[in-house]
Write a protein that binds this ligand. Structure first.
Ligand code: ZN
Length: 150
């Protein structure tokens, strides 16, 4: 599938993350691992988090797929290092709102580089690509919560 037409600055940022993904590696000690796939586009990621107390001590991923899916998860993991679980959950909510066309979310500076993906919200088939990493994050946060109640 072709990459949608985004502003060239944002497109460069997306391609830069796609070509040089951040935090793309296996985590030695992980608290939780979530596999998530988007069969429509062939995107796949495994998100791995090491959670200590109420913080994400480390976040890494492995995966393959289109530039949007891989750049989004690369950008996401840069925001997750040392993040409080509550902030990570908030980030996932804000990003999801932005991808569903929410202007206030799109202007939220907390999203940082992730705002480069805002233009993708105009291309419904690609929204799933952008959300793949955050869907995995939300599952991971849920899974961690369940474990601690045992
Ligand atoms: Zn994709």
């Amino acid at each position: 599938m072709e990459t949608p037409q985004l502003s060239s600055l944002y497109q460069q940022l997306i391609l830069e993350h796609y070509r040089n993904p951040r935090n793309k590696a296996e985590l030695d000690e992980k608290s939780v691992e979530i596999h998530m796939a988007n069969p429509v586009c062939g995107d796949e990621i495994r998100l791995q988090l090491r959670i200590e107390g109420d913080e994400i001590a480390e976040a890494k991923f492995v995966g393959q797929g289109c530039s949007i899916s891989q750049a989004a998860v690369s950008m996401m993991t840069t925001k997750l290092q040392g993040a409080k679980l509550a902030d990570a959950s908030m980030l996932a909510e804000r990003f999801t709102e932005m991808m569903h066309g929410d202007e206030a979310a799109a202007n939220d500076k907390a999203l940082g580089d992730l705002r480069a993906l805002q233009g993708v919200s105009k291309f419904p088939v690609r929204i799933k690509c952008a959300l793949l990493g955050f869907d995995a994050l939300q599952e991971a946060l849920k899974a961690d919560g369940q474990e601690s109640t045992h």
